[in-house]
Design a protein around this ligand. Sequence first.
Ligand code: HEM
Length: 141
Amino acid sequence: ALNADDKAHIQAIWPSVASHAEQYGADALYRMFLCHPQTKTYFPNFDFSANSAQLKNQGKKVLHALSEVVKHLDHAEATLSHLSDLHAFTLRVDPGNFALLSNNILVVIAMHHSDKFDSLTHQALDKFMNYVSGVLTSKYR
Ligand code: HEM
C-alpha cells in the first residue's frame, strides 16, 4: 500500500503531469502500442499514428482517471469502480497489459520532468501505478 511518503511524492509531481494530461497520455499510449503491438488488439479501427485525435482523446481519459485517483488516494476502489468493471467485464483486457501502460506512463513523466523524477518519486509513482492496476484488475477474480 502507499505510505505517507509515497503520497507526498505523488502529490508533489502530479500537478506537472496533470497540466499535460492529453500530451502525456497520448505519448504513453503511442509508446505502449509501438513497443507492445499486441496491445493494439483491444483498439479496433484505431488510428495509432503519433498524435492522432484518437490517441489524444484516449490519452486524456486515462490521465484524467489517474488524476481523480490522486485526489482520492485513500479511496481508489470507489473512484475506479466503474473503470474496474469496464476493463474486467466489458473489455476483458489481459491483466499483464496494465504493467506495460504503467511503464510507459513513467517513461513519459521521467522524460519531461527529469529534475523532479528522483528515485523516491520513481518508486512512489511505480507503487501508484501498481495500486491502480491492482484495482482495475481486481474484478477478474
Ligand atoms: C477505456 C483508463 C489501462 C484498454 C478507458 C477509459 C478510461 C481508461 C478512463 C474510458 C472509459 C469511458 O469512456 O468510460 C485506464 C487506466 C488504465 C487503463 C487508468 C491503467 C492505468 C488499459 C490497458 C488497456 C486498456 C492496459 C489495454 C491494453 C482500454 C480500451 C478502452 C479503455 C480498449 C475502450 C476504448 C474505447 O472504445 O473508447 N480506459 N485504462 N486500458 N481502455 Fe483503459
